[in-house]
Design a protein around this ligand. Structure first.
Ligand code: AMP
Ligand code: MG
Length: 190
């Protein structure tokens, strides 16, 4: 069977990586294997070697053209990976000039995902998670702005489904219910 390509998205701080890691642990015992790829890390590796940033959280403030260049190079590298692939990324990136599509047409045509997952939860829960995360330079914004970003991500995910024919799955990662989110995610992946 050909490999499956699953794209995982969600606003910063929603807990994408945590849910994915829990789901992958469950699947490993069943012999379902995915290679897990972080889109931002691929971009950051290029950005570092081009000497344009020192920190991954600086990338969304770079010039739009530079971000698109990094995005394209990351997509080309990721497209080469075979087998079951899970790609941790963003449906849209909040930049000083507005929302930047995380998966514009030229990225989608490289990757051609089977499924796009939107990891979501209540806006105020995301706000609290960001405030408690000192490992990252998260954007300082209120829960209303976080809500707007989540809404925008749903809209743009519909456009991605139109281009690729992929399905769109919403996984809720609510406080104290990580186990449920991981189960929902595992069901998408198996
Ligand atoms: P993350 O570690 O997932 O928060 O990603 C770090 C950074 O990588 C983000 O803040 C963006 O600047 C960039 N990034 C990740 N995925 C994409 C994408 N699909 N398109 C554009 N930029 C991206
Ligand atoms: Mg992450």
């Amino acid at each position: 069977m050909q490999g499956r390509k699953v794209i995982i998205t969600g606003v910063p701080g929603v807990g994408k990586t945590t849910v994915v890691n829990e789901a992958l642990k469950k699947l490993k015992s069943e012999g379902v294997v995915y290679q897990s790829i972080n889109f931002g890390t691929f971009m950051f590796d290029v950005a570092k070697s081009d000497n344009v940033v020192q920190d991954r959280d600086q990338m969304r403030n770079l010039d739009r053209a530079v971000q698109k260049h990094l995005q394209q190079r990351a997509a080309q590298e990721i497209a080469k990976v075979t087998g079951n692939v899970l790609i941790d990324t963003h449906a849209s990136v909040k930049t000083p000039k507005g929302y930047l599509a995380g998966l514009p047409e030229w990225v989608l045509r490289e990757i051609m995902p089977d499924v796009i997952v939107l990891v979501e939860t209540d806006d105020d829960q995301i706000l609290m998670r960001r405030l408690n995360d000192e490992t990252r330079a998260r954007d300082k914004e209120g829960s209303r702005a976080i809500g707007e970003h989540q809404q925008f991500n749903r809209s743009i995910a519909a456009a991605y489904a139109m281009i690729t024919g992929c399905t769109v799955k919403i996984v809720i990662n609510a406080d104290f219910l990580l186990e449920r989110a991981a189960d929902d995610m595992a069901n998408v992946l198996r």
